[in-house]
Every structure is written in structure tokens, then in C-alpha cells.
Design a binder for this molecule. Structure first.
Ligand code: NAD
Length: 387
């Protein structure tokens, strides 16, 4: 297949590009390296020493003789370049990963709120307009997040895959049965931008019959995949800082450098998790099984399991004997929640979730230890406050 990966220099996009190209697909990476600029703004670096995009691509070609194509385009601002690229490359599938992806970063200041909403919403709208105008009939695959639903679910309920049957009771006693989008309840500006993406997808799918799969993903953990481990030049990013580091990866890095695990609040928050290599598998499954013509926006939950933050911390404490620090929670979120989510659709397509186990955690800990001297402990605390 001919595949464009928007955001192909990122944490998920880079290993996805390598995996797809190794399987024989013709891959074009589009990335304006905005994520690397955010590192400069925050004065922090990935724990792992990532090479420039050009160096990565050259190394991949030297090692495998496979050429990855690359264009530096800002998809949120350079509509014409995107449209022309789609017209010339004629992708069968387009992965849209090119967004600001951090909730704490989006809550830093008014400027960051404006930047996150403007950037993410414009990117989705530009990409969909370009698919129509270039007449390329591509399947758009977007990574959304489980976080668009908020974290207030009760016992005995679960997050369905995108849609739910409801009885609508009007105040004239009329009852209407409907199948609607499962209600959004975003907890940060980042999650709000992802909720808005959903409405944009619904519109373009209804109006222009664009084939769209939106993958509502859990928190990704891990750093390397088979392909990124092939050479130091291919190493993937591994974030630990208070803005971009995600909970389990942060715990691993904290344990690796003997820093107490940072729990916000009591740790009774439950979240969905998926390993990086499973995330790549799910993206590939979604690509190989596109929606039928005229199918509504397909929404899959992309997760392997749900876990409470405290249970993850205890797991790592048991293996490493590290300390745990309970900190005031800078986020505006429920202290405690249940979370069950269906992931039947990807399982039906062949997804076999890799569940967290001690061996995987130990491997990742040993990997993090190799780069522990690159960790700047001043960057570990998460400082942005929700309000
Ligand atoms: N990593 C996770 O735990 C996780 C969980 C759920 C959802 N997601 C979603 O998955 C997607 C990919 O996540 P990631 O962890 O790889 O993020 P990332 O920040 O590492 O990668 C995103 C890439 O997109 C590029 N980019 C951003 N805006 C761009 C623009 N306007 N034009 C061109 N390139 C641009 C960045 O430079 C970066 O390389 C994101 O949309 C994110 O919201 C990630």
C-alpha cells in the first residue's frame, strides 16, 4: 500500500514508519519536527539520544536498503502543500498523528491552550479538505484518546466503541430511540481538541463519504520496537518530563535513576494502557481492514488493559524496592475512578494484547538505566496546574 504518516518523526510515528516499510509498503513521512521544538521550549530532551530525522532515514536505508520518503510540512498551516502531496503520492492510507499530544502542556497558559486547539483542529480540517480536493479516496486513520470520555465511569458501566443506544425523552413525552456518539467529557484542553476532532470526522464522513477510522487509544508505554532496536541511530524517543512523559514510562525512568515514583493524589485513578509494539500492530490492523464504502466513522478503543496508577507503582516498587511519593495533584480530575472499556473490534481483527508483566518492566528498566545519565531531575515534576 501507499502510506503517508503525518507525524512520522514522533514516538509512535517513527516505529510505525519502520514497521510498515519493512513489510513492503511505500511509506512517506510528513513531519515539521514541531515535537523537537517543544523540547527546546521546555529545555528538556528525550532520555534516549534520538538522531535527526534525516540521520534516522539515512541509517534505515543503509541498514535495510529501504528508502523512506520524507517531507517537512506543517499540516496545521500549509494546506496547499498537503493537498499537492496527496495529489501526487495518491496514498491508500493516511495516518494522522501530527498533533500536540500533551494534556499538561496544553494547560500551561492561555497561549498553550490557544496553540493546542488551533493546531489540532486546523490539522484535522486541512487533512480532510485535502483528501477531498486531491480526489485520492484515502482511508484516514487517526489516533484519538480514551481521555475524551473523561474518567468518571461507574461500576458496571464500560466505555463502548464510539457509539451507544439511548432513549431520548423529550419534555412533550415523545420518546426517540437513537444510536449516538458516546458523550465526550474532556478533562483538559488537549482532550477537548481530540473531542473536536471527532465532530470534524463525523461531518466529513457524512458529507463527503471519507473513510475514517478513529482509534481511541490508552496510554502508551515502552520505548523500542524490533525495528528501532536494530541500530543506535534508529532509537526511539522516551519522554520522562512533567509535560510529555506519560505515567508508566515516567515511573520506569524514575525507578531507573532512584527517584521516588511521582504519584499525583492517591493513585486511585484508573487508566487504559497499551504497549508501543501493540499500538503499532493495532494501527496496521486498522490499515489492512479499511471501513466499507459508506460506513460511518469507525471508532475502535485501542487498549490492552486498564490499571490503577497505584497498582502500577506497587508493581515497580516490588521489583526495584524504589520509594513512592504522593504529591498534590496539579490536575483537575477525580481522585478515584473505575474504568472498563471494550476493545472487541481490534480483537476481532486479530489483535492479541500484550499484558504488562515483570519481565517486560525489567527489560524497560534496564534499557532506561543505560541512559540514566541523560536525565535532568529538575524536569521530572509536573508543574502545569489545571486551574
Ligand atoms: N503516546 C501516547 O501515550 C498516546 C496516547 C493516546 C493518544 N496518542 C495520540 O497519538 C498521536 C501520536 O502520539 P505520539 O506519542 O507519537 O506523539 P509525538 O508528539 O511524539 O509525535 C507527534 C509528531 O507529529 C509531529 N507534528 C505535530 N504537529 C505537526 C504539524 N502541524 N505538522 C507536521 N508534523 C507535526 C511532531 O513533530 C511529532 O513528531 C497523537 O495524536 C497523540 O495524541 C498518544
Amino acid at each position: 500500500m501507499r502510506v503517508i504518516i503525518l507525524g512520522g518523526d514522533g514516538y509512535i510515528g517513527w516505529p510505525l514508519a519502520l514497521s510498515l516499510s519493512k513489510k513492503g509498503h511505500s511509506v512517506m513521512i510528513v513531519d515539521n519536527c514541531m515535537r523537537r521544538e517543544v523540547d527546546l521550549e521546555l529545555n528538556v530532551e528525550s532520555l534516549t539520544p534520538i538522531r535527526t530525522i534525516e540521520e534516522r532515514i539515512n541509517s534505515w536505508e543503509n541498514i535495510t536498503k529501504i528508502r523512506l520518503q520524507y517531507e517537512n510540512i506543517n499540516v496545521a498551516e500549509e494546506y496547499l502543500k498537503i493537498k499537492n502531496l496527496f495529489s501526487e503520492f495518491r496514498p491508500d492510507a493516511i495516518f494522522h498523528l501530527a498533533e500536540f499530544k500533551s494534556a499538561p502542556y496544553s494547560m500551561r497558559s492561555a497561549e498553550h491552550k490557544i496553540k493546542t486547539i488551533g493546531h489540532n483542529v486546523n490539522a484535522a480540517n486541512n487533512i480532510l479538505s485535502a483528501i477531498i480536493e486531491s480526489n485520492c479516496n484515502s482511508h484516514l486513520i487517526h489516533i484519538g484518546t480514551m481521555g475524551v470520555y473523561g474518567y468518571n465511569s461507574q461500576k458496571n458501566t464500560f466505555i463502548p466503541e464510539g457509539y451507544i443506544d439511548v432513549d431520548m425523552h423529550y419534555d412533550n413525552n415523545f420518546l426517540e430511540k437513537k444510536n449516538i456518539l458516546y458523550p465526550f467529557n474532556p478533562g483538559s484542553i488537549y482532550h477537548l481538541s481530540k473531542s473536536l476532532d471527532n465532530l470534524i470526522f463525523q461531518f466529513y464522513n457524512k458529507n463527503d463519504k471519507i473513510k475514517i477510522t478513529d482509534l481511541h487509544q490508552g496510554i502508551v508505554w515502552g520505548s523500542q520496537t524490533t525495528e528501532t532496536s536494530m541500530h543506535d541511530d534508529l532509537i526511539n524517543r522516551f519522554d520522562y518530563d512533567g509535560d510529555y512523559g506519560t505515567v508508566l514510562n515516567r515511573f520506569i525512568i524514575e525507578a531507573a535513576i532512584n527517584y521516588p515514583l511521582t504519584i499525583h493524589g492517591t493513585g486511585e485513578q484508573t487508566r487504559a494502557f497499551i504497549h508501543l509494539s501493540d499500538s503499532i500492530k493495532c494501527l496496521e490492523l486498522a490499515m489492512s481492514n479499511p471501513p466499507n464504502p459508506n460506513e460511518r466513522v469507525r471508532i475502535f478503543n485501542q487498549l490492552s488493559e486498564t490499571k490503577s496508577v497505584i497498582s502500577l507503582a506497587k508493581n515497580i516498587e516490588r521489583i526495584t524496592n524504589c520509594k513512592i511519593d504522593f504529591l498534590d495533584n496539579p490536575r483537575n480530575e477525580a481522585k478515584k475512578n473505575e474504568l472498563e472499556a471494550k476493545n472487541d473490534s481490534l480483537i476481532k481483527l486479530g489483535f492479541e494484547p500484550k499484558l504488562l508483566n515483570d519481565e517486560m518492566l525489567e527489560d524497560l528498566l534496564n534499557f532506561a538505566k543505560i541512559y540514566s545519565n541523560r536525565c535532568n531531575i529538575d524536569k521530572i515534576p509536573s508543574r502545569p496546574k489545571w486551574n
